[in-house]
Design a protein around this ligand. Structure first.
Ligand code: SF4
Length: 672
């Protein structure tokens, strides 16, 4: 018996849009191999590899993950493979699945190439199903007639939905470690980031999230020994990848997480890997999260996904946040250790409004969190927020769009098939007009360009030192288009245009749109389906000198308006601009501005993290300053390009996901 299990990713500019190891299928595969020794399992991440395998040999079971970013691709394979081999058993699983009985029935009727759907944890459901099918010699109709409902599994029988109870594995340690079984070995040769899991489940109930379901509230934990074994296995095999991801939903919140951090720190010391660690930080116990960051020596950028700071919004989405006092702990740590601290919001949540969004963002920016991001609200299938009741209650204005970078033209069993993934986003609700939504998006873009990535941490430190609100400075910039150069003005216009373009009223409309091969080609060529935040920010990066002009002129104008701009400050700001730009020009602009004379002692000023007293500026000296990228920075950046690509979209993704201050040029100065 052969099973192919895939966790497919779209490929954009030859780079995978999902850049992580296929961990979930690997767990299912390693458990299935343990329980059903005569089952041969192969795992796939890339559509081309799956296609070649299907051409070479049809499996008995084609099993595919279903996430919002790969469903149409998985289903295209399911449909085509079933067309060629009607006896093939198609099983899908994953969180992108409705929860109500009637919606599940409709889903299974609409996507009738799916024989069985596994929901919740996949391991036990998959094994029970395969055993059942083996008992009836793979006769699907017989299995459906014979069977009592199987746990975690549903299917149509005589057009009626049969659905089992959703159960979780009591002790996840009965699942063999997928890494050490060797089932993931081939993926170490690909530009993919290793991911591991130490705990499953989330005790919170956020209504917008798949993991907020009651069934996932209990935490299941892998043993520390398994985690250490996994870390060592990965560290010994990884090459040209600096990152490691933990799939836990609240890392750092549990006391066992500190032991995991100790284990990672030990691995870092021994293998020089991972240089960067990523995980969703726990929504509770910020002191412990900070402790975890400390142990990891700053390789993990901590912060808090607040989603909103407004109590009414938080109540409506059943969200608990850490207090703003506790947030300050993150800021203090980040300042002391030159690391980033993120702060995340979702725009357009129930009861959100322009005022509430501005206030939420103000907290992030003025608290000093240097990576404040806001995401659009996506109505995910099966989440409470996407229910009919919630739609009626909060009067969402929604639109459908193609998911950025989730499209392509694929060869599937000798047929060319166009595929694009789509999603439903909220662009207004009972308390936020679409006009307000668009204004908030512009604000979010301003925050992203001018605060995040630390491009302007030096003048921002001056504004803070002088006692002004950085958020007010942003509002000043936002309302002063006279400060923008034409190029920057065009980028802002483009961002606004892209935010509202190619949005469709219904799923039917967007499905019609993406059925046209020319449209898919326009997406592939980079003319459509753009992540406007990432790509417009990448454009700013490519034109960083122009953006610098605007910000530094803006700082002077802002301080003048506050009657706080002296001649000394103006001189300092002008020199600071050139100095800072030398260090932050992109890699491909390496030859420019490598050496320059300055009147200020930037070594000393940097030691104070740019929080300088005005008296520091009184006696300018004279220095020759040189800047350069070292080998470590160059290697790290080229490893990122290997994962994300060098297109504008790839650059945008790098800028959005990395702490760009790591790539600021080193500098040395000599008295003249
Ligand atoms: S805390 Fe995070 S993972 Fe848990 S339900 Fe909320 S958003 Fe989902």
């Amino acid at each position: 018996m052969i099973a192919y299990i895939s966790d497919l990713t779209h490929i954009s500019d030859t780079i995978a849009t999902s850049r992580i190891f296929p961990l979930a299928p690997a767990y299912i595969a390693s458990y299935a191999k343990k329980k059903i020794p005569n089952l041969t399992v192969e795992i796939f991440k890339y559509a081309d590899d799956l296609n070649q395998a299907l051409v070479r040999e049809m499996p008995d079971f084609l099993c595919m993950s279903n996430y919002s970013w790969n469903f149409n691709l998985s289903y295209a394979f399911a449909q085509r493979a079933k067309q060629i081999n009607p006896k093939l058993i198609v099983i899908l699983g994953g969180p992108n699945f409705p929860t109500s009985f009637s919606e599940r029935t409709n889903f299974m009727r609409e996507y009738d190439s799916i024989d069985f759907y596994i929901y919740g944890e996949g391991e036990e459901g998959f094994v029970s199903l395969v055993r059942k099918l083996m008992d009836v010699e793979l006769d699907v109709s017989q299995a459906k007639i014979d069977s009592d409902p199987l746990d975690n599994c549903c299917y149509l029988s005589n057009n009626r939905l049969i659905t089992g109870v959703e159960k979780r594995i009591r002790d996840v340690n009965i699942i063999p470690n997928p890494y050490t079984t060797g089932i993931l070995d081939d993926f170490f040769d690909k530009p993919l980031i290793p991911i591991f899991e130490t705990a499953r489940g989330c005790p919170f109930s956020c209504t917008f999230c798949y993991s907020g379901h009651e069934s996932l509230n209990r935490i299941g934990r892998f043993s520390l020994e398994t985690t250490i074994e996994t870390l060592e296995y990965i560290a010994k095999r990884v090459s040209n990848i600096d990152e490691l991801i933990c799939a836990d939903l609240n890392f750092g919140m549990f006391k066992q997480d500190l032991q995991v951090c100790e284990a990672i720190a030990k691995i870092q010391k021994e293998y020089g890997y991972p240089k960067r660690f990523s995980a969703y930080a726990g929504k509770n116990k910020p002191e412990r999260v900070i402790k975890a960051v400390e142990i990891l020596g700053g390789s993990w950028g901590m912060g808090s996904a607040m989603q909103s700071t407004d109590p009414d919004v938080l109540e409506a989405i059943k969200r608990q946040n850490i207090s703003s006092d506790k947030l300050l702990g993150f800021v203090d740590y980040a300042k002391l250790n030159d690391s980033t601290a993120y702060f995340e919001l979702i725009l357009g949540l129930p009861l959100d409004s322009k005022k509430k969004h501005y206030e939420s963002m103000r907290l992030g920016v003025d608290t000093g969190l240097n990576n404040s991001k806001s995401y659009q609200l996506t109505l995910l299938l099966g989440t409470e927020i996407a229910s009919q009741e919630s739609r009626v209650k909060y009067e969402y204005v929604t639109k459908w769009r193609v998911m950025p970078r989730c499209f392509g033209i694929y060869q599937i069993l000798e047929k060319t098939i166009n595929v694009a993934e789509t999603e439903e986003i909220v662009i207004g609700n009972s308390t936020m007009s679409t006009e307000d939504y668009l204004d908030c998006r512009m604000l979010d873009f301003f925050v992203d360009v001018f605060i995040n990535s630390n491009w302007f941490r030096e003048p921002i430190a001056l504004i803070q030192k002088l006692g002004f609100s950085v958020f007010d400075f942003l509002l000043f910039l936002k309302s002063s288009p006279n400060l923008y150069d034409e190029t920057l003005y065009d980028i802002f216009l483009q961002f606004k245009h892209l935010t509202m373009s190619d949005l469709f009223d219904s799923k039917g409309d967007i499905d019609q749109f993406i059925s046209d091969a020319d449209i898919i080609n326009l997406h592939i060529d980079g003319n459509r389906g753009i992540n406007e935040m990432n790509e417009c920010k990448a454009l700013c990066y490519k034109n960083i000198d122009i953006v610098f002009d605007t910000v530094y002129t803006g700082v002077i104008s802002f301080l003048e308006e506050k009657e706080s701009c002296t001649e000394e400050i103006t001189n300092y700001i002008q020199e600071l601009k050139v100095f800072s730009l030398m260090r932050k020009l992109p890699f491909d602009q390496e030859k420019r501005l490598m050496q320059r004379n300055f009147e200020y002692n930037f070594k000393k000023i940097e030691e104070k993290k740019y929080f300088i007293d005005l008296s520091d500026l009184e006696i300018p000296e004279s220095f020759t300053t040189k800047v350069w990228h070292d080998k470590k920075q160059e290697n790290e950046f080229s490893n990122l390009v290997r994962i994300y690509g060098d297109s504008l979209a790839g650059l945008g993704k790098i800028i959005q996901t990395q702490d760009m201050s790591r790539f600021e040029r080193k500098f040395e100065q000599f008295p003249r």
